[in-house]
Design a protein around this ligand. Sequence first.
Ligand code: 0X9
Ligand code: ZN
Length: 305
Amino acid sequence: GTTYERYQSLEDIYYLINKTNQEHPDMTKLILIGSSFEKNPLYLLKLSGRRGPVDKAMWMDCGIHAREWISPAFCIWFIKYALTFYKENPDITTLLDKMDIYILPVMNPDGYKYTWTTNRMWRKNRSVMEGSSCVGVDLNRNFDANWCTTGASSSPCSDIYCGRYPESEPEVQAVTKFLRAHKASIKLFFSMHSYSQMLLFPYSYTHEQIPNHSELFELVQEAAIKIRRHYKNNYRYGSGAKTIYLAPGGSDDWAYDQGILYSFTFELQDRGRYGFLLPPNLITVACNEALAAVKTIAIRVLEKL
Ligand code: 0X9
Ligand code: ZN
């Protein structure tokens, strides 16, 4: 429907996930994991197939960075796709039958709202700090993973400000608390960003290779090949530090070090023509190719578990 060819405001997203939850009580569960600095709720939607309990799960967060609007749009897209094509598409059916999928559509609701009302290019959250007139922490520098080393800034006015200490931000606290409580079941982790068209895996906080580097490299390579074949679009892939830049304190590296050994960050469309201002008519293709990549990797990982 037309709903998915435009970007959704924070209020629209809350409304949509609530409605989705009411319409699919057999396959969804709405979970409140905490609230933002400005007390906006952090809602997770849990998706499951129509079956008994399982011991495996996948995590996907969207909207860590406020201006990357295609990211929440992708989480919404994924939810809609999963519920529409369960028992129609074999891949999504397999995924929902074998694991639970936890989706956080907007990890940074305050920042997202701010990009709709005040400053379209805002990146950080909106936390106000004592002793500084600058606002906001980069939530993807605030996780406890080689925190605030090269690639992050300790200056509150920087766009990559790491915060006063690791997990200082309520949004990061809510996510780490949930992940710690569920890390025995969560095998797969995706964090969705934009832009630049990249499929990344740990580490981003060091140039050192992870023990299962070649395994993850093969997974993102297969996903990139699939996107190229079906959508004629190029995605680069590799470890974060080598492919994009050194950046400590990110969610993917933290999740990996918690033992979630299949951990990925995707940078969706485009490659810079519109950048963060990806026009609404490109939402469909951007989401479809990202969906193909998520499905490819998740199906492969399930085969390995
Ligand atoms: O710098 C980031 O946080 C991500 N790029 S973005 O342009 N969306 O801001 C890349 C994140 C890669 N992973 C880690 N740095 N852990
Ligand atoms: Zn980002």
